[in-house]
Design a protein around this ligand. Structure first.
Ligand code: SAM
Ligand code: SF4
Length: 445
């Protein structure tokens, strides 16, 4: 029996997928990437933008046609808005939330899959709670030997007016720090080189269990201690923090530990005060710039990434201009610019989506131009210098080259290097730079 899981969206979904995979493999399924070969097929959905959800609808239409030709069970999980959930129940055999993962074998039994998994798996004995977090105890089947995602939190309490997440993943729940640290320790023992702590608001970690749990800064320090004691080379990242909770002690913790990677992804969303208020972001541009100053002071080598939305309801040309100015001022190394997509249930979905698709594309192009300029200036300054990189894979577009990233997550093409280096750290001398990438050769080669 073969199973195929299609994962859409962010790293959080990839991490969910790794846990779903463990449960399904525990039932005796073999994984395949070929949809046509599977008798169990599912999708881990992303509801952040409509485009990704449209993809889920087109997949299930195709899969339901296949059911005329062969037995097939379909499922959907991940980040699903209530309005889509109602429709998915009619289209998929199984719709489950991540916190119901341990029930998946039973659900599949009811759909006719024969397996003893649900009666023999020890996790079935775990106590059920209202806010269930027992799915985190499923050991994931990591997709890589040298890079791993570790969820530290689920859900979000921030309710940004454009965002689906509080409605798809529910309230913010922190994973027990003892479990997080045990997972990190295991990964380091297994020689994993890059670990990313995941959550929608990583830096509000522990606030739902005040007095009982570590703060985010304390969690980072505990991870830093484990990394330092191991004596191994390691880069630990986290994504995404919210500017409102980005306290100086978080940045100080990163500065104090070599293994805490000097890269900060700090979504700003807009450069305009009024728009930030309409987005319910709860920080000012001044607050944001103060954090950037702290980062530059305490982590002078850090790269800074961001997320920006263009074409939000009511966004004027002047407000877009302010986003462009902020980008010029901060000089981000990377910015993920997204066109606003109204999400059912989110507050802004009641406001007019009054920026046309054409205007959204033009605004996105305008901010992309600013990004290219700032990123090029950073990258050109790296030429002739040597940087440590983690080699990720063979380069898809160039024979004999490797794709790698610096500690700051900047992509570097390593020329004339062997595939044997995948999964290792290397020193690379940067020989050329373009707007969004770098190229170099192994130092000493
Ligand atoms: N929690 C993070 C934060 O506070 O910014 C971000 C998580 S969100 C799932 C990832 C990114 O998707 C956001 O930073 C935002 O830029 C983008 N996004 C979220 N909702 C969106 C929407 N309705 N339309 C377009 N982009 C959206
Ligand atoms: Fe969405 Fe805002 Fe929560 Fe980020 S902080 S997940 S943008 S509601």
């Amino acid at each position: 029996m073969k199973c195929c899981i299609v994962t859409l969206g962010c790293q959080m979904n990839q991490s969910d997928s790794e846990r779903i995979r463990s449960v399904i493999e525990g039932m005796g399924f073999e994984m395949t990437e070929i949809e046509e070969d599977a008798s169990l097929i599912g999708v881990v959905a992303c509801s952040v933008r409509q485009k990704a959800i449209d993809k889920v609808y087109s997949k299930i239409q195709k899969w339901n046609q296949w059911k005329n030709e062969k037995p097939l069970i379909t499922f959907v999980s991940g980040c699903i808005l209530p309005a889509d959930e109602v429709k998915f129940i009619k289209l998929f055999d199984l719709v489950f939330r991540m916190n119901e993962l341990l029930e998946l074998p039973d659900m599949l039994h009811q759909s006719g899959v024969a397996s003893e998994f649900s009666t023999r798996h020890p996790l079935n004995d775990i106590e059920r709670e209202d806010e269930r977090t027992d799915f985190w105890q499923v050991e994931p089947t990591y997709s890589s030997d040298f890079e791993a995602f570790v969820p530290i939190q689920n859900g979000c309490d921030k309710f940004c007016s454009y965002c689906a997440v509080p409605f798809t993943r529910g309230r913010e729940v922190s994973r027990a720090s003892a479990d997080i640290l045990a997972e990190v320790e295991r990964l380091i023992e297994n020689d994993v080189k890059a670990i990313t702590l995941l959550g929608q608001n990583v830096n509000s970690y522990g606030l739902d269990k005040k007095g009982e749990e570590l703060s985010f800064a304390a969690l980072l320090r505990a991870v830093g201690e484990i990394g330092s004691k191991s004596g191994k080379e390691l880069w630990v990242y986290f994504t995404s923090p919210h500017p409102r909770d980005m306290t100086r002690d978080v940045i100080e913790a990163i500065a104090d530990y070599k293994c805490l990677a000097k890269q900060i992804h700090l979504p700003v969303q807009s450069g305009d005060e009024k728009l930030l208020r309409r987005m319910n972001r709860n920080y000012s541009i001044e607050d944001y710039l103060k954090i950037v100053d702290d980062i530059r002071e305490l982590l002078p080598t850090a790269t800074i990434f961001t997320d920006i939305i263009v074409g939000f309801s009511g966004e004027t040309d002047e407000q877009l201009e302010r986003s462009a100015e902020l980008m010029e001022q901060v000089k981000f190394n990377m910015a993920y610019v997204a066109k606003y997509s109204p999400r059912a249930g989110a507050r802004a979905s009641r406001w007019e989506d009054d920026i046309t698709p054409q205007q959204k594309s033009e605004r996105l192009a305008k901010l992309s131009e600013v990004l290219k300029r700032t990123s090029l200036a950073h990258n050109e300054a790296m030429v002739g210098k040597t940087f440590r990189v983690l080699v990720e894979r063979a380069d898809k577009r160039m024979e004999g080259a490797l794709a790698s990233r610096t500690e700051g997550k900047l992509p570097v093409r390593v020329l004339d290097a062997s595939n044997d280096l995948v999964g290792t750290f290397q020193d690379v001398e940067i020989t050329s730079a373009s707007a969004l990438s770098l190229a170099g050769k192994l130092a000493g080669a």
